[in-house]
Design a binder for this molecule. Structure first.
Ligand code: SAH
Length: 394
């Protein structure tokens, strides 16, 4: 029970049912004006004045309240953070095989009942991202919990990557820039100071595994390759040659290192630092065809408003990718946009195939791994889709 009742903010829209069902976001336009400070704890009450939820307030964001508890007797404090961080680790049991994987998402924000807080673990280096100014007020509590609970995991450093180019060292001093991790037995060098997000994209771990069998004995093109996560798995899966395409040179330098780390000679493969759409058009014109084409672009839909444009972009990308898929070859297409649902994404594959005059059979509809949990009431948390489809022999 909080010692002092937090200030109350009143719902002005009929959203009580959603809040009770566990949707953790309340927008400012659904609340009566409040003078609560950013980062302060508030009680959300219904129009009848009854307690609904307790969360953190952000006066400067359209996303005004992130809900931390529906229990009127539970305080939002360091003890809550500690319990949730411990609970999140316990929830990884069964999801991560520690014998072969030492990089995983320890805390997945809303999906682990700690809205706005992400902690990724790269061997002994914990990398923290805080989404929104309100979550920032919990930073010291998160660090304390990660250090304490992380002892059993060998956590030596806690680094924050929410702000600034290289982030901020919060425990153990500056971590080494490059941390070597194992993902299902595959070795990767992760740049935790400069890499994208917290260093790399842990959410594709199982999809990277999943493409392996389709790579066996064929040439593979991996578009938007970043540091070659899919590429290395394709090569280990027996691809005769893997082409990794990315517009960022640093990403491909990292991909080369990752090939070598796994005993694969990068010289036997191809790395193209160029725009993926241009590369696809050229490959098509040159008559190049691949037994497996992987497309994993950055999100095309940063907002709900951008969805129609994003759907058209996915359709065009899938059509362009299918133009270089060999007869009976496989397309593995991913989307990390939370605004594009699984069915809508499948629709872009259907339309892309139509545009490319190819027929497809969908083999696998995949999502995000178990260390990226989501809440039933929070579809926004189920953002990752990957569809693996085999083209017909045309
Ligand atoms: N598949 C990767 C993650 C991809 S992230 C993995 O499994 O880890 C998206 C990548 O797309 C980034 O590396 C970015 O540099 C690259 N990118 C963005 N726009 C691009 C474009 N137009 N052409 C080629 N690469 C692009």
């Amino acid at each position: 029970m909080p010692r002092v009742r937090p200030p109350r903010v009143r719902l002005t829209r009929d959203l009580a049912r959603h809040v009770r069902a566990g949707h953790p976001w309340i927008y400012a336009d659904a609340l009566a004006p409040s003078d609560a400070a950013t980062g302060s704890v508030v009680d959300v009450v219904g129009s009848d004045g009854k307690f609904l939820a307790r969360g953190l307030y952000d006066a400067g964001s359209p996303l005004a309240v992130r809900v931390f508890t529906l229990d009127p007797d539970e305080a939002v404090d360091g003890a809550l953070v500690y319990r949730r961080v411990a609970e999140a680790l316990a929830a990884r049991r069964g999801a991560i095989d520690a014998r072969e994987t030492d990089a995983f998402r320890w805390v997945n924000g809303e999906g682990d009942f700690l809205p706005g807080v992400v902690v990724d673990l790269y061997a002994g280096v914990a990398v923290l991202r805080l989404d929104g100014e309100a979550a920032r007020s919990l930073r010291d509590h998160v660090v304390a919990a990660v250090v304490e609970i992380g002892r059993s995991l060998g956590v030596s450093h806690v680094h924050e990557r929410s702000r600034g180019a290289r982030g901020e060292a919060l425990h153990g001093g500056m971590p080494p820039s490059i941390v070597e991790v194992r993902e299902a037995g595959v070795r990767f060098a992760v740049d935790v100071l400069h890499g994208q997000k917290t260093g790399t994209f842990l959410d594709q771990r199982e999809n990277r595994r999943a493409i392996r069998p389709y790579a066996s004995g064929v040439e593979v093109a991996n578009l938007f390759a970043y540091s070659g996560g899919f590429s290395v798995n394709a090569a280990l899966g027996g691809a005769t040659r893997v082409v990794s395409v990315d517009s960022a040179k640093a990403a491909l330098d990292g991909a080369r290192i990752n090939f070598a780390l796994n005993g694969l000679d990068p010289e036997r493969h191809e790395f193209a630092c160029t725009d993926a759409f241009e590369w696809l058009a050229r490959a098509r014109d040159e008559g190049r065809r691949f037994g497996l084409v992987i497309v994993d672009p950055p999100s095309f839909a940063p907002s709900e408003k951008a969805v129609p444009k994003a759907l058209a972009a996915y359709r065009d990308l899938h059509a362009a990718a299918l133009a270089v898929v060999a007869p009976s070859g496989v397309l593995a297409a991913a989307s990390c946009s939370s605004h594009v649902g699984a069915e809508a994404f499948l629709g872009t594959l259907r339309e892309g195939a139509h545009k490319a005059r190819r027929s497809l059979r969908v083999l696998e509809v995949r999502g995000q791994p178990a260390d990226h949990p989501s809440l039933p009431a929070f579809p926004e948390g189920r953002y990752l889709k990957m569809i693996i489809a085999r083209a017909r022999p045309v």
